[in-house]
Design a protein around this ligand. Structure first.
Ligand code: ADP
Length: 159
């Protein structure tokens, strides 16, 4: 089956920063599953179904990338899928502490699945889904920050 990586996140909605991580990660692994996790205590703008649909459209050209969702514990999910690795993106130093805590806990839960971090592309180091939602609310131009489908979906949400 080859080496499978899981790229977990909220993806509310997917941005060009996420896509960059997904594209680069998919070159290193045989297969990647981008999984929308909805067990977090955030109140999302897009439903899980909408987030999946946007991710599917944005990754349509990546042949070894699949999109899924889960409300399980990440490490349980990864084990069931027989994943080799978890891929996360790192932006600024501010991401580091949070990611380190999660990764330490995940390693405790299952030390056979390794977490890999990819440094953001400089262009996207200040890009987050929440920033995009904030500016889209005021109808600012987000065309450089998100895929076309997401830009349209945001316009619909905020009209
Ligand atoms: P979570 O709520 O789990 O942090 P997100 O959807 O916000 O989920 O992010 C998913 C992953 O993508 C995380 O590893 C996050 O650090 C990474 N990520 C988000 N935005 C960027 C970006 N602009 N550049 C690189 N990685 C990013």
């Amino acid at each position: 089956m080859g080496r499978l990586a899981i790229c977990p996140g909220s993806f509310d909605p997917v941005t060009n920063g996420h896509l960059d991580i997904i594209q680069r990660g998919a070159k290193v692994f045989d297969k990647m599953i981008v999984t929308v996790f909805h067990n977090q205590s955030k109140s999302p703008l897009f439903s899980v179904e909408e987030r999946i649909e946007l991710l599917k459209e944005a990754t349509i050209e990546l042949e070894n990338v699949e999109v899924d969702s889960s409300s399980e514990l990440l490490m349980e999910y990864a084990k069931q899928k027989e994943a080799t690795a978890i891929i996360r993106g790192l932006r600024a130093v501010s991401d580091f502490e949070y990611e380190m805590q999660i990764t330490s806990m995940n390693r405790k839960l299952n030390e056979d699945i390794e977490t890999f971090f990819m440094m953001t592309n400089n262009e996207y180091s200040f890009l987050s889904s929440s920033m995009v939602k904030e500016v889209a609310k005021y109808h600012a131009d987000v065309s450089d920050l998100v895929p076309k489908v997401v830009e349209s979906a945001l316009k619909k949400k905020f009209t």
